[in-house]
Design a protein around this ligand. Structure first.
Ligand SMILES: [Ca+2]
Ligand SMILES: [Ca+2]
Ligand SMILES: [Ca+2]
Ligand SMILES: [Ca+2]
Length: 397
């Protein structure tokens, strides 16, 4: 019984001595921060924090290392060797919370390990908190911008909602502070005012709004510079991009004759079917495809009964011309109408007819022959003049 109690006492003494010795061997860390708060833009090489590690063992050699890849990626440790260590944790890369340092993280855990020669290890953790600074510029997305809008959108309520921008910074330095701007790419000042009276941008949302009626025939395309600025922060401005607004043509314009008026001569004894003149018109909606075909007719009245017009605008005599007839004396006027044909009535928003006047004058056989002769001579005269002019130029050179 006494021998058993003696063994127990010896075992307790051994364990007490061992534990006491182990506790004394373990290095002691001082001034270790539980968290560190720094601006994200500290320069590389900045001392982030200091601490000390001490051991009672005189010949101890304490080393401090990073414990994971994240910590290894952002800090270096500067320390002396021995049993009384002073250590500095120093940044070795940009900490940029928004970019590539510790991407997207406001807080990170930094992990270290203290090792001594006896194999004691101490794991140390601290929380790194990064304070945001305005170091990012708004970036416009899905650029450049294209908006096609029908000229029939006349009520001014059309909107374009594809303009977006992102700023990685926080709060008003980031998305909350973005102000959108649009500037006309046009001269002169009168057109700038027209641009600005036609479209506007919501500076907070980037939504473009049509403010007034459009007219393809007046203005078929608009160009604006679009930019985004974190104006409520420090005013970093994105690279600008172009918004092109294309007005889509609709059928709202009548045909247009290629000449304001026509003048024609006809012999006073012309036979039936004699060609007088050809008129030509095109649909005024030049951006509409396919273009509407054009037909022609002569409005009743005047000498309209004397002439006829075909699908190509060719006007010929329908009756034998007699200068003594009541319908046609020395001159008359024809009202020729160009009209869009085979059009889609559901897509028609304006007039489809235009009138032009053709002035027809009688010419005697003798004067007609003289006119024909001069006409056939003209190229020769021009040719002669041209040759003379070229010779003159050659001599001058
Ligand atoms: Ca920013
Ligand atoms: Ca930032
Ligand atoms: Ca039109
Ligand atoms: Ca038309």
């Amino acid at each position: 019984m006494e021998r058993s109690e003696g063994k127990t006492s010896l075992l307790c003494l051994f364990l007490f001595t061992y534990c006491l010795q182990c506790r004394c061997d373990i290095p002691v860390v001082q001034n270790w921060p539980s968290s560190v708060t720094l601006p994200e833009n500290i320069p590389i090489g900045t001392v982030m924090f200091n601490f000390t590690v001490k051991s009672d063992i005189f010949d101890e050699d304490i080393s401090i290392n990073t414990q994971d890849s994240t910590t290894f990626g952002v800090v270096n440790i500067n320390q002396n060797r021995g049993n009384n260590v002073f250590a500095q944790v120093i940044s070795k890369t940009e900490l940029d919370r928004d970019g590539y340092g510790i991407p997207g993280k406001t807080t990170s855990i930094l992990k270290f390990v203290v090792i001594d020669l006896r194999g004691n290890t101490l794991n140390l953790l601290t929380t790194l908190k990064l304070i945001d600074v305005n170091d990012n510029t708004p970036q416009l997305e899905n650029t450049p911008y294209q908006w096609s809008i029908s000229e029939y959108s006349k009520n001014g309520n059309e909107t374009f909602r594809r303009i977006k921008a992102t700023d990685l910074d926080e709060g008003i330095n980031g998305n909350d502070g973005i102000v959108f701007k649009m500037e006309p790419i046009v001269e002169p000042e009168s057109l700038v005012l027209e641009y600005l009276s036609t479209f506007s941008i919501d500076s907070s949302t980037g939504v473009i709004r049509q403010k007034r009626a459009l007219d393809y025939e007046e203005h078929s395309v608009y160009h604006f510079n679009i930019s985004a600025t974190d104006q409520k922060g420090n005013g970093r401005t994105s690279e600008s991009t172009i918004l092109t607004i294309t007005v889509i043509d609709v059928q709202d314009t009548p045909p247009v004759f290629t000449s304001g008026s026509y003048k024609a001569l006809v012999r006073n004894d012309a036979e039936i079917g004699t060609h007088v003149i050809t008129v030509h018109a095109l649909d005024g909606d030049t951006g509409y495809r396919p273009m509407n075909a054009i037909g022609y007719y002569i409005s009743p009245g005047g000498c309209s009964e004397v002439f006829t017009i075909n699908d190509q605008g060719g006007i010929n005599t329908r009756l034998h011309i007699d200068q003594n007839t009541d319908a046609f004396e020395s001159a008359c006027e024809l009202d020729v109408v160009a009209q869009e044909v085979l059009y889609d009535a559901n897509q028609q928003y304006g007039p489809i007819k235009t009138k032009a006047t053709v002035y027809v004058m009688l010419r005697s056989k003798e004067s007609q022959d003289e006119f024909d002769r001069c006409s056939s001579d003209s190229p020769k005269v021009v040719g002669t003049l041209l040759v003379t002019l070229l010779i003159g130029i050659q001599r001058f050179i």
